[in-house]
Design a binder for this molecule. Structure first.
Ligand code: SF4
Length: 149
């Protein structure tokens, strides 16, 4: 028998509604230059953690990971994540060093796009706040710095 067991990969930009959403980073930096602060290990998105965002959607202030939904996700081509490809192709690198990311072993983007996507990943925000919500989101991010290593 030759069939290898299919590897389970995780989305590095999962929504809060995902079955099991784990927070692995907190968005820092400025509204026009976000800079993800990576947690030393992922933590579950609990109601308490959501409430720290104080009315701001978790996707605006956290990066979360959850099992890749593959065919159920609009970004999946059938064999790979097109969002990861677009980000690698269109975003400039924001670092030349691998970020201290705790989910690399299971990250779909890394598995498919290699280190090039990691050099862009700190600038990715899952949901960019509307202009009117940018000031509250920035305030929430400042408060959330307490979570960062
Ligand atoms: S830094 Fe690399 S491994 Fe970590 S979430 Fe981003 S793309 Fe995935």
């Amino acid at each position: 028998m030759t069939s290898a067991k299919k590897r389970v990969l995780y989305c590095p930009s999962a929504p809060a509604e995902a079955d099991v959403a784990l927070v692995f980073g907190v968005v820092g930096g400025e509204a026009d230059a976000p800079q993800l602060q990576y947690l030393s290990e992922p933590v579950p998105l609990t109601p308490e953690l959501s409430s720290l965002a104080d009315g701001i959607r978790p996707e605006e202030v956290y990066r979360m990971t959850s099992r890749c939904q593959e065919q159920r996700c609009q970004h999946f081509s059938g064999s790979s994540c097109q969002l990861g490809q677009r980000l690698r192709d269109e975003l400039p690198a924001v670092t030349s060093e691998l970020p201290p990311c705790s989910i690399r072993a299971t990250c779909r983007w890394f598995q498919e796009r290699g280190t090039a996507i990691c050099f862009r990943c700190p600038a990715v925000v899952t949901q960019v706040p509307a202009v009117a919500a940018q000031a509250p989101a920035a305030k929430a991010r400042r408060r959330l710095r307490v979570l960062q290593p």
